[in-house]
Ligand binder design. Structure first.
Ligand SMILES: [Zn+2]
Length: 258
């Protein structure tokens, strides 16, 4: 019995050795070729940025401003825009899944738990979130949303022209811009000091941020304080910054469309 068992073990060993001798120089390639079919790895981003544009809420004209933003993004030839108006269920995990970028213009409202989870987990997995103006006054008092955006609305002076200074020239969003004048409702914001402030403006002698970037997990967040009404959103600088910030958040090269 013992001898027979020894021979079997030896034969098995020889079999293994025999198999090893025919393994090619690139065993991983060989293993991969034999592996059962699996979904391909995520491709390097190319083509149009699949964008979900969510608008709504009271006070601001989410419909008209959303139309302008949708038009500017489509005209750039860089974004494939799907619109959701007054429909926060667009954030639910199964509906948000196809999108590389979420652009959000909304005021007040309430984010339900499943909507919040859908949005924040999707962005944390490596997508982009862009919100402007009252996007920092949405879901007022929700600490999770405040942490996600990086700040929140406090007050505003009257609608007027004001001066904006770029403070961060290393970002592709602010490339070749030093300062500009803008006519809009200036937002005074409380914000997380860990955000990267890209531009400031003065209010009562103190500087307040006009735009910032921040990470969210593997994702990127861009906030722009401009955009109170349709007139403000028609200004070229508003459109330029929104497009640049959207490309940045989506992980694409930042260019100015012709
Ligand atoms: Zn406003």
């Amino acid at each position: 019995m013992t001898t027979r068992r020894t021979i079997m073990v030896l034969a098995a060993s020889l079999g293994v050795v025999g198999l090893l001798t025919v393994v090619p120089d690139f065993p991983q390639a060989s293993l991969a070729a034999q592996a059962p079919a699996e979904p391909a790895a995520a491709p390097v981003p190319s083509g149009l940025v699949k964008t979900l544009l969510v608008t709504g809420g009271p006070i601001h004209d989410g419909k008209a401003i959303g139309d302008l933003v949708e038009e500017a993004m489509k005209k750039s030839g860089l974004f494939d825009v799907t619109r959701a108006h007054e429909d926060l269920d667009a954030f639910l995990a199964d509906r948000i899944a196809p999108f590389d970028l979420v652009v959000f213009y909304y005021t007040l409202g309430e984010l339900k738990e499943a909507q919040k989870r859908g949005l924040m987990n999707h962005i944390a997995a490596g997508r982009g979130y862009v919100t402007f103006h009252s996007g920092a006054d949405s879901f007022r008092g929700d600490p999770d949303y405040r942490a996600f955006v990086g700040g929140h609305f406090v007050t505003h002076p009257r609608y007027r022209q004001y001066h904006v200074s770029i403070t961060e020239n290393d970002s592709p969003i602010t490339k070749d811009i030093d300062e500009f004048m803008i006519t809009d409702e200036q937002y005074i914001l409380d914000y997380d000091p860990r955000v990267t402030v890209l531009a400031n403006a003065l209010f009562k002698g103190k500087t307040v941020p006009v735009m910032w970037t921040k990470p969210w997990g593997k994702g990127k967040v861009f906030y722009l304080a401009l955009g109170h009404d349709a007139k403000a959103c028609q200004q070229e600088m508003f459109k330029k910054l929104l497009i640049r910030g959207s490309l940045w958040a989506a992980g694409r090269p930042v260019i100015d469309p012709k």
